[in-house]
Write a protein of this length. Structure first.
Length: 281
């Protein structure tokens, strides 16, 4: 009886130790730096020098497991900055672990590349000067095939021979740009770009309205594109757009002609626009 009891206790202890070991190994198995991993590193740094002001960071990391990789990187960078006041910490194992943690986190963020095509729908108004400000979603995919989405805001202004009033549907993609979760974590600026569109005239029956306006061409749809070069990184963002106007574009006293000068809009996109991350989904 006693032997059976001892065997049961031993088996239970072995199972508990195995489960504990598996739980402890889980963060390493995912390959993703975790909040508890960073909390333990900061705890060791604080033990090496109690004057290091990281107590609140440690408490926050231990009580909250919803930190994003971007937030963990920011916290680790801040902690590294704090250690510069204590030269002796650079010789500790925890300091080296903090640098490895930062490198691993940065590598994970850079591995998620912006890919595919983003789509947007929004109102668009311009008369010589126009301003566009709208959101779109992009897929981000890493080397193992994992996918996440992120919402971005696109904001730019243009000036030139343009006249738009209606609703716009956009397909957005990049050319020659290496965008990832790290590079898009802060706003990216656009340089000087170009936008143009073509009004698609539809002949209509001439009508005299109030005796002085004569309509001969009606264009409810426009097709166009916008090229936005990134200012501080390589590559371009290209937007193919289709505009739909409930009023349409009217050519006065002109015959319906898809190659008329009235059918084309062209404008310069002003430098200073932005591509800004809004949320990680």
């Amino acid at each position: 009886m006693n032997i059976s009891l001892i065997h049961c206790i031993g088996l239970a202890a072995a199972l508990c130790s195995t489960i504990a070991a598996q739980d402890k190994a889980k963060p390493a198995a995912t390959g993703l730096p975790t909040n508890l991993e960073l909390a333990n590193i900061l705890k060791d740094l604080h033990a090496a020098n109690p004057l290091l002001p990281v107590q609140q960071d440690i408490a926050d990391l231990k009580c909250n497991d919803t930190f994003t990789q971007e937030e963990l990187l920011a916290l680790s960078e801040l902690a590294l900055k704090k250690t510069t006041e204590f030269d002796e910490l650079e010789e500790t194992p925890a300091y080296a672990q903090l640098q490895v943690f930062m490198d691993n986190t940065l590598s994970q963020l850079k591995d998620y590349k912006v890919t595919g095509v983003g789509f947007a729908k929004h109102t668009a108004y311009s008369l010589f000067y126009g301003k566009q400000n709208f959101n779109t979603n992009f897929l981000l995919k890493n080397s193992t095939g994992k996918v996440s989405t992120r919402t971005f805001n696109i904001d730019y202004s243009s000036i030139g021979l343009q006249s738009t009033c209606g609703y716009r549907l956009d397909a957005i993609f990049t050319i020659g740009a290496d965008l990832n979760r790290h590079t898009t974590n802060t706003p990216l600026k656009f340089g000087v770009g170009f936008t143009g569109s073509w009004q698609t005239p539809i002949p209509s029956i001439p009508v005299n309205q109030l005796g002085f306006v004569h309509f001969e061409t009606y264009a409810p749809i426009s097709l166009g594109f916008t090229v936005l070069p990134f200012k501080n990184t390589a590559g371009y963002m290209v937007i193919a757009h289709m505009g739909i106007s409930p009023v349409g574009f009217t050519c006065f006293n002109q015959r319906a002609n898809p190659f008329s000068r009235y059918a084309f809009n062209a404008a310069l996109v002003l430098s200073g626009g932005s591509f800004t991350s809004q949320a990680q989904n």
